[in-house]
Each structure stands twice: as structure tokens, then as C-alpha cells.
Design a protein around this ligand. Structure first.
Ligand SMILES: NC(=O)c1ccc[n+]([C@@H]2O[C@H](COP(=O)([O-])OP(=O)(O)OC[C@H]3O[C@@H](n4cnc5c(N)ncnc54)[C@H](OP(=O)(O)O)[C@@H]3O)[C@@H](O)[C@H]2O)c1
Length: 282
């Protein structure tokens, strides 16, 4: 079987790692961590792309600490917008197909139902604005581009909501968790499978890919507690009682119009969580 050279940015991140773990037989992977390649450095990006000459680039690298993005907007835009310009221009230079991973934070959260691919982005955070700027850079640089927006990603490695909740539940008898912000908890492994399928057979354009179903942070935390057998009381609070630098969209839920028609579906979010917790390192 002929192999595609697949360059992955952000290789040590949650999705970057999950993509490598797929170990697809048709993919010869070139995983690049931030230590291997800083996407803000155009000469370095250009030279890496020219020497590796990938067929497919999956750009997962990002400034993902949303509160830090709010405090340090230049950092957010340099990584998420300028870095994506570089990766997208590098892809165009070597005629590689590009998948850019984006976020539900591009929406303002005011819609009553889940956001589909043709809803109008209107970010309310620096992170969301910088990722949306990255979408524009990616789509402008190359016509061979998929933008894949996802939400609330977690894995058995990396910093994420599941790890935070597990840590709190280990230590505390009672925790409070926001119950008036919703999203689609998405297991990095399931997302990686969907990204590979989109790259293989979806027409270029924008896609929403999350585990199926929605949950508030509180519902998600209750499910984690149930699954790990924690006795911690998980009490609901409103977002207004939990101050943070960057406010997530109140409704951060996504749905896909085109993916179901392509037969690309992700499992229900509770199923993804179950599998992740079964693989959780002791
Ligand atoms: N996590 C979520 O809840 C979520 C939700 C929606 C969308 N997304 C999007 O999904 C994608 C993957 O997310 P993830 O959860 O896998 O993120 P992650 O675990 O935070 O990984 C991001 C990776 O990007 C790397 N990176 C940061 N700055 C870089 C730079 N200047 N040059 C090169 N690499 C750099 C980081 O390396 P270092 O650790 O070494 O800095 C890290 O390995 C991102 O594009 C994110 O915006 C994530």
C-alpha cells in the first residue's frame, strides 16, 4: 500500500497524540511537537515543510489555555492566527492537503440549539477570535483545506476537565461545577478517527466533529463521579458564580449537517468517557 506522508503539528498535545496512536497503516507520520517546530517561526516552518514534503498536514498545535489567551492576546494571535498562516502557507507551498482544528469558541453561545457549520461565528473570547482568525488564514491560503471545529476535548493524558475533576474528587467531599454552560464532551481518540475520515473522504470545507450529545460542565462532572465511584458531592452553580478570565460560550454545542450524510459519526459522549476512564493510567 502506498503511504501518505502526514505531518502533525502539536504532536505532544491531546489530539496530536491520539492521531499518532491511531497508527493508520496508510500514514507515514511526521509528528512535530512545539520543541521540534514553533509554528510562529516562518523560516523554520518553510524549511521543515520543504524538507518533509508532506501530502497531508494536520494542524492541531494551538494556544489552548483560554484564560491565558484572554490575559495575553498577542500570544494567542501569534500562535493561533499567525502560526496557522505559516502552517497553511507551508502546506500550499508543497501542495499538501491541510486539516486545521478549530473550536466551538468561534460562536457567541447565544443560539438556542446546537451550532451547525453554516451558522455565523461571532467569538466572545480572545481564544475564539484567534482561532477564527486561524480559520480565515487556513481557508485563504489553500483550497485543499478542511476546517474541523470541535469542543471540550479530553484524553487520558494532558490537561483537561476530566483530569481536573478526578483530582478534585480525590481530595474533596464537595465540589461546585457550572451547570448553565453546555458543550459536547469529546474524546480525543474518537475525534482523531473522525479527522482521519474527514481528511480521507470529505469535500474540502468546514466541519463540526464532536462526540454525540451535549452536557453542562455539571452533568459531565456527575458522570465522571459516577464512573469512577467517587463519593464527592457535585453541586451545581451558575457561571456568574465562577469567575474566570475567558468566559466560555453559554451554548457551546455543535452539530454537523454534512458529516452524517457522509456516514461519519462519533459515538455518544458518555461512551467516549467510559472508554477513556477504562484506559486511565493508574
Ligand atoms: N482542548 C479542547 O478542549 C479543545 C476544544 C476545541 C478545540 N480544540 C482545538 O483542538 C486542537 C487540539 O487541541 P488539544 O486539546 O490537543 O490541545 P493541547 O493538548 O493543548 O495541545 C496543543 C499543542 O500545541 C502545542 N503548541 C502550543 N504552541 C505552539 C507553538 N507555538 N508551536 C508549535 N506547537 C505549539 C503545544 O505544545 P506545548 O505543550 O509544548 O506548548 C501542545 O502540544 C487545538 O487546535 C485546539 O484549539 C481544543
Amino acid at each position: 500500500m502506498s503511504q501518505r506522508r502526514v505531518l502533525i503539528t502539536g504532536a505532544s498535545g491531546q489530539l496530536g497524540q491520539a492521531l499518532q496512536d491511531l497508527a493508520l497503516p496508510g500514514w507515514a507520520m511526521e509528528p512535530l511537537s512545539s520543541a521540534d517546530l514553533d509554528v510562529r517561526d516562518w523560516p523554520a516552518v518553510r524549511s521543515r515543510f520543504e524538507s518533509l514534503s508532506p501530502d497531508l498536514v494536520i494542524h492541531t498545535a494551538a494556544a489552548t489555555n483560554v484564560d491565558r489567551c484572554e490575559r495575553e492576546p498577542e500570544w494567542a494571535f501569534e500562535v493561533n492566527a499567525l502560526g496557522t498562516r505559516h502552517v497553511a502557507q507551508g502546506s500550499a507551498l508543497v501542495d499538501a492537503q491541510l486539516v486545521y482544528i478549530s473550536t466551538n469558541y468561534v460562536f457567541n453561545g447565544g443560539k438556542s440549539g446546537p451550532y451547525h457549520e453554516f451558522d455565523q461565528p461571532n467569538p466572545i473570547s480572545v481564544y475564539g477570535a484567534s482561532k477564527l482568525a486561524g480559520e480565515v488564514e487556513a481557508l485563504n491560503a489553500t483550497s485543499k483545506c478542511h476546517v474541523v471545529r470541535t469542543a471540550s476535548v479530553y484524553a487520558e493524558h494532558g490537561n483537561n476537565f476530566v483530569r481536573t475533576m478526578r483530582g478534585l474528587m480525590d481530595r474533596l467531599d464537595r465540589i461546585t461545577v457550572v451547570d448553565d454552560q453546555d458543550s459536547n464532551p469529546t474524546y480525543a481518540t474518537d475525534l482523531a478517527v473522525a479527522v482521519a475520515e474527514i481528511a480521507a473522504r470529505a469535500p474540502f470545507g468546514v466541519y463540526h466533529a464532536t462526540n454525540e450529545g451535549t452536557a453542562s460542565w455539571h452533568e459531565w462532572a456527575v458522570e465522571i463521579a459516577d464512573r469512577i465511584g467517587a463519593t464527592t458531592e457535585v453541586a451545581p452553580i451558575s457561571a456568574s458564580e465562577f469567575q474566570r478570565d475567558a468566559e466560555p460560550p453559554a451554548n457551546g454545542t455543535l452539530v454537523s449537517l454534512p458529516l452524517a450524510r457522509l456516514g461519519i459519526t462519533l459515538p455518544p459522549w458518555r461512551d467516549g468517557l467510559k472508554r477513556c476512564l477504562e484506559r486511565w493510567p493508574e
